[in-house]
Design a protein around this ligand. Structure first.
Ligand code: MUC
Ligand code: MG
Length: 367
């Protein structure tokens, strides 16, 4: 299982409907397909989504980091020596999605070579996850229409509502309209992507106190150190750390400082090897987790489902696994399907993703 070659292929697939949120917007899935080849002929695949507004990475930086920095040091190592691979990549700081795509493609090689699903190798807890859908910024009316469509067509009954606009009353109006239209059966939680100050956040939370929201994610910036502690101590809802908790060390700081009390795990930024560390840290500390979304395509979504389905703690909440539905197309030969509000993992060797060569040829940007 020695690594013989690593490729980083840029591709771009437009969204039918852009996703807008307080820290940015995504109109095109301009991602990197990472391919790890082994000497014995297996090819592992995963995708890295550049999110400059969150991690500072770009498509060019990811390609360059994978091909010029990581590949020369990783070729020759066995995919089974994941801790060595991890240590080699961590000599470079940052670059979380580049590292994670390499990590998950390595796990794909291991699964294919051992003829086992990666989700089984990781933990094998469940065969599917419940799905939560993220609702991006739009008018209250169109956000309600989107949520109703997701419920009626896909059976989704959990929604993460993007908030963080100024003034905050529009977001309050959206949450109120969603609750009125969808009734008490659906779960609603909010994500501010750092758009509000701590005091605005508390005023907004108080204004929505009657709406039975379940979680409030990343309402204000991680650098508002004292403000976040102040907010979390007063918040009527558990506070989720997302952008502020991208490594096990950051997770520890967030939790022990009292800045947050739930952690979003995103395989796009911690792969499988570090996501496991984050999950076990949270379990040890008695902290709830939610499987988050990095505005992943179908490959990244399957990676989240593979990890999320593997453990009890990650299946206890719906995972954010549906925003690929807004893309105009994708790379998979056998597209993902959400039904009855769930996404199933696949009982095949590896991650359960197979890239369609014709689709890759159509969308790749380097040929
Ligand atoms: C999310 O949960 O915040 C948007 C920005 C980002 O970093 O991730 C997405 C979704
Ligand atoms: Mg978030």
């Amino acid at each position: 299982m020695k690594i013989s070659k690593i490729e980083a292929i840029p591709f771009a697939i437009p969204y039918k409907k852009p996703l807008r949120f307080a820290s940015g917007e995504v109109r095109v899935a301009a991602h990197i397909l990472v391919r790890v080849h082994s000497e014995d002929g297996f090819v592992g695949e995963a995708e890295a989504p550049p999110r400059p507004f969150t991690y500072g990475e770009t498509q060019d930086s990811i390609k360059s980091m994978v091909e010029k920095v990581f590949a020369p040091e990783l070729v020759g190592l066995s995919c089974l020596n994941r801790e060595q691979i991890h240590a080699v990549m961590n000599r470079t700081v940052g670059n979380p999605t580049a590292k994670s795509a390499v990590d998950m493609a390595v796990w794909d090689v291991i699964g294919k070579s051992l003829q086992l699903p990666v989700t089984t190798l990781l933990g094998g807890y469940a065969d599917r996850m419940r799905v939560s859908h993220m609702l991006g910024f739009a008018s209250p009316q169109s956000m309600v229409v989107e949520a109703e469509r997701m419920r009626d067509v896909y059976g989704i009954t959990t929604f993460k509502v993007k908030v963080g606009r100024k003034p905050f009353m529009l977001d309050v109006e959206v949450c109120r309209a969603l609750r009125a239209a969808l009734g008490s059966e659906v779960e609603l939680y909010i994500d501010g992507n750092r758009g509000w100050t701590p005091s605005e956040s508390l005023r907004a939370l108080n204004a929505m106190n009657d709406l039975d929201l379940t979680l409030a994610e990343e309402l204000c910036p991680a650098d508002d150190v004292l403000g976040r502690k102040w907010l979390t101590a007063r918040s009527p809802l558990p506070v989720v750390a997302d952008e502020s908790a991208t490594t096990p060390g950051e997770v520890t700081r967030e939790l022990l400082s009292g800045a947050s009390n739930v952690i979003s795990i995103k395989t796009a930024r911690t792969g499988f090897t570090s996501s496991r560390r984050v999950l076990h840290l949270c379990e040890g500390l008695g902290t709830e987790v939610v499987m988050g979304n990095q505005i992943d395509g179908q490959i990244g979504t399957m990676c989240s489902a593979v990890f999320g389905s593997a453990y009890k703690a990650t299946t206890s909440r719906a995972g954010e696994l549906s925003n690929f539905l807004d893309m105009s197309d994708d790379l998979l030969a056998d597209p993902l399907e959400i039904s009855d509000g769930t996404l199933a993992v696949r009982n095949v060797a590896g991650l359960g993703i197979e890239v369609d060569p014709a689709k890759l040829a159509k969308y790749r940007q380097d040929s």
